[in-house]
Design a protein around this ligand. Sequence first.
Ligand code: SF4
Length: 351
Amino acid sequence: MLRTKKDKDSTMMQGYMTCPRRALLTYILCLRPEEPSIHLVFGQALHKAMEVFYWPSPPCFDEERVNQAIAAFLAHFQTEYSLDCEEYAPKTASNGIRLIRRYAETYKELDPSEYQTEAIEIGGNVFLDSEGKHSLWFTIDMILWQMSNSQYMIFDHKTTKGSFTQSWMDGWKNKFQLYTYNHVLHCLHSPELVKGIIINGLCVNDPPKRTKAGQPYANARDICFMRQWIYHPPERMEAWRQTAIYWCERFDADIDQLDTPSARSDTWLKAFPHNFEACTHYFGCPYLGLCQQWTNPLHHVDEVPFGFTKYEWEPDKKAREAQTQFDALSTKQEEGNQEDGQQARTPDSID
Ligand code: SF4
């Protein structure tokens, strides 16, 4: 199976920018490791729990919601891992439950008094240029309305373990995905109503070891939280938009090359070049063995190597499912502007 459509989302573009060859194997040949990723599953399960706290609006952290959030977390976690699996500690079911309870305790006063939830899981397709040549599918976790300053913000949950290191926090500042979300928010609302992005940091650890007296050891780590505000002014957003278009054009040119007779017959494939400097990024590239053996992956499109599986990568599917809510939000915004006597502001850069 060779998927040669040119539709894109932020995750795929991030993958392409990291290593075009890896993007080819993941999104064009649609191969992925058979083993689930605990980091992905644990993070997604916590997303499910957060949805319960923040929807319906206003946010609520009473005991009933806490129990519902734990149930949502466990239901997702169990799709891939047993509840007693300790192999990937601290990313375990028991620590997930502790984190959810601790989160409710930490934010039960602040969040209901400060935020209203505008939308969760909204999706669509946002244009990058006025000609409509380039666009990105997106699905945003959550948009909140901050009451104290009357502004909208993207609320994005990010999970880590150990501690919130400086490099972890810095990593979000120029994240392609977060620029895309910010672009969407700007298409929905006028600039003075946009606060930007809040990273809702969730850090999981095993319960701290304690002394005989029952006190945690000094420097013992436990579950903790942080929130980081990221704001991109218009000139930085424009620089991102131009950069995004540059990478989209490169991707499209690589896709076009796949369709040439030489691409299929050559010993090595010129399109989707390797970035050998990325092979050890983030736990190491799972495609290392394949990448070394397959000098031209187009000779292997129908193969499913040991340890891999074929999957359907359809960036528009989830976004389309979430688009209904997005359309409702756009209409509401348009009606609000008309009531205010303003010229109707349609999100004309969004499909
Ligand atoms: S092993 Fe390295 S060059 Fe090959 S796909 Fe992975 S990151 Fe790219």
